[in-house]
Design a protein around this ligand. Structure first.
Ligand SMILES: NC(=O)C1=CN([C@@H]2O[C@H](COP(=O)(O)OP(=O)(O)OC[C@H]3O[C@@H](n4cnc5c(N)ncnc54)[C@H](O)[C@@H]3O)[C@@H](O)[C@H]2O)C=CC1
Ligand SMILES: O=C(O)C(=O)COP(=O)(O)O
Length: 593
């Protein structure tokens, strides 16, 4: 996830002797104990009571449909027009598509915030507007592995049938002809195949092509050379690949960087008579330039499964070209792949609707479940610290600059802070807006609201058993509703730790306190003196407000102090006024968690 407005740095400090170690919680799933009126999972926000509705907009294998139906109301509506999709989507929590449905910005806008998961039953997500999905807090998941072999096999099928003119010869014999001289082909053995895009499909194509006796080279700026070497493939530059190859097979995703990678200029650098296979995306080739290259003889033949516009126009020069073998985007269309993809996507969509973090998330960080289990109490702490900090800011002072400090005995690489940062952002933004923030849209929402979050790591000495010792949230350049919350650095500051699995507030401004972060909190500031706890406690008792925790932090005996009181119920306005009226109390604030 892009985090353009984030910076981080690392400091090393000794471990404070007073630190208590938090215990690990045994957790089977990831649902956060938020207040019941806003009980939401981290990733998606589907009401626990109602069965979610999943719109399946393209044909999906039966096994996947069964999995979806076990959990949700499933509406299978194929061939919807863009307008029909926009109308239906406002009634759906999840949408499942293949490559034939454009999930545009209008779809997210039309959903009215209800659409929380888009499942792409396949690999390529170029038909989904990922930026719009992220802006709308909608998780996008795909099924990245189940159709790899099918796509690779189709690539090999196209390669071999193109080389031997199978499709053209078949059409000719069916037209009553017997043209043995016209359809003399070329051999594959000993020829050089350049695989462009050495990912899952590209690797499987390379492996199979080697089995056919081809010399395989590959170009992929991001692929590790040792993975290529392991199957006897040499990684080369793009120019070397296209200049050397007798056959070129395309396997990169369609992105702004790969769009029209094959164009007049690059065709001109190819070996005359090269043959091209495309089972990736039509848009990686400039199709008009390919027609020109076929006509001029630079490209001897092309075998295409994918097109810039699908289906291509009936009079497409490319499809009708006699040197072109074409199939209607069949790469993933085997019985086995479709069953596998359907199961893979149904599991991902159901998991996401249940609030689990998806392993195949495209627009959110993937957090392994063991990391989640360990981080869970800190995730709760992070959100609550964000909530407390923002409520301490006086109205009118805009939150623009937030510094988060994570203190841990672990090495920086061992602590993934994306989840914590997202939850702090959620805590900071939700109390002051109507926006729901989740892991998908947290960084985007912060950036959009002009909030710059900087992260700092403090590396503690000592046992790295726990992921974190404390988290501190500081909001700079703001006034506070509670002056004592301003620390020596001039920032609104709150700090918390996890104790026995429960998040605690342990610092407000420069005052050390200790109150568990359950229910709500009253903070009072006064000059330390006997009887204060009793006075406040008895007012709350008379008002039938249950106190869960009380703690006083002070500079020194009988000097300035902050009293933190955890309460289970929200006190009435009058009760709070009575507390404020206690003569020794200089200021007080009620904070909802
Ligand atoms: N025709 C069909 O039915 C199917 C098509 N596909 C398409 O095949 C493509 C590859 O799929 P997978 O191998 O599963 O994805 P993948 O993500 O495993 O591999 C893609 C590879 O392309 C590389 N790449 C990115 N930019 C590149 C560039 N500028 N030049 C060269 N390589 C670049 C990446 O580093 C990555 O290794 C995708 O576009 C996908 O949509 C996949 C399955 C079926
Ligand atoms: O998985 C991919 O990227 C594909 O291109 C397969 O597309 P499909 O699901 O068959 O429409």
């Amino acid at each position: 996830m892009a985090a353009a407005n984030l910076t981080s740095q690392t400091l090393r400090l000794p471990t404070p002797t007073s630190l208590s170690l938090s215990s690990k919680l045994p957790l089977s799933s990831f649902s956060l104990p938020l207040p019941s009126h806003r009980r939401r999972s981290l990733v998606v926000f589907v009401s626990a009571d109602a069965k979610p509705t999943v719109l399946v907009a393209e044909k999906l294998g039966e096994a996947g449909l069964t999995l979806l139906k076990d959990f949700a109301n499933v509406d299978c509506s194929y061939n919807l027009s863009p307008e029909e999709l926009c109308t239906k989507i406002s009634l759906c929590d999840a949408l499942v598509v293949r490559s034939g449905t454009k999930v545009s910005r209008e779809v997210f806008e039309s959903s009215g915030g209800r659409l929380k998961v888009v499942g792409r039953a396949g690999v390529g997500i170029d038909n989904v507007d990922l930026a719009a999905a992220t802006e709308h807090g909608c998780l996008v998941v795909n099924a990245p592995t189940a159709n790899t072999v099918a796509a690779a096999e189709h690539g090999i099928a196209l390669l071999a049938s193109m080389a031997r003119n199978v499709a053209q010869a078949d059409a000719s014999i069916k037209a009553g002809k017997w043209l043995r001289n016209k359809y003399v082909g070329v051999s594959l053995v000993g020829k050089t195949l350049a695989v462009l895009g050495f990912g899952k499909v590209g690797t499987e194509v390379a492996r199979r092509a080697k089995g056919l006796g081809m010399n395989v080279i590959a170009h992929d700026p991001y692929a590790p050379a040792d993975r290529a070497r392991a199957i006897g493939v040499e990684l080369v530059s793009f120019d070397d690949a296209i200049a050397t190859a007798d056959f070129i097979s395309l396997h990169m995703p369609l992105t702004p960087a790969t769009s029209k990678m094959l164009n007049d200029e690059t065709f001109a650098k190819m070996k005359k008579g090269v043959r091209i296979v495309n089972v990736a995306r039509g848009g990686v080739i400039d199709e008009d330039a390919l027609v020109r290259a076929l006509d001029s003889g630079i490209v001897a033949q092309a075998a295409l499964d994918v097109f810039t516009v699908e289906p291509p126009p009936k009079d497409s020069k490319l499809v009708l070209h006699e040197l072109v073998t074409a199939t209607p985007h069949l790469g993933a269309s085997t019985m086995e792949a479709q069953e596998g993809v359907a199961i893979e996507i149904a599991e991902a969509v159901v998991g996401a609707l249940k609030g689990e973090l998806a392993a195949t998330a495209v627009n959110a960080p993937m957090v392994p479940s063991e990391v989640l289990t360990e981080l869970k109490p800190f995730v709760v702490l992070a959100e609550k610290l964000g909530r407390l900090a923002v409520q301490l800011v006086a109205g009118g002072s805009g939150v623009k600059s937030v510094k988060v400090t994570y203190a841990s005995a672990r090495a920086p690489d061992d602590l993934d802070t994306r989840l914590l940062r997202a939850m702090i952002t959620k805590g900071l933004i939700e109390p002051i807006s109507s926006v729901f923030v989740n892991l998908v849209n947290a960084d985007f929402t912060a950036k959009q609201r002009g909030i710059r979050i900087t992260e700092e790591r403090v590396i503690l000495d000592g046992s790295p058993e726990n992921p974190l010792e404390f988290i501190q949230v500081q909001i700079a350049n703001v006034e506070s509703r509670f002056a004592s919350a301003i620390s020596d650095s001039g920032d609104v500051t709150v700090e918390g730790r996890v104790k026995d699995g429960v998040p605690h507030l342990t610092k407000v401004g420069s005052f050390e306190v200790d109150v568990s972060l359950e229910g709500s909190i009253i903070l009072c500031s006064q000059v330390d003196q006997p009887g204060m706890i009793g006075k406040v406690g008895s007012i709350l008792g008379e008002e039938n407000v249950n106190v869960s925790f009380m703690s006083v932090g002070r500079i020194a005996p009988r000097k300035q102090a902050v009293m933190a009181i955890g309460v289970d119920e929200q006190p009435r306005k009058e009760s709070l006024k009575r507390i404020g009226d206690i003569p020794a109390i200089e200021e007080f604030v009620f904070l909802k968690l």
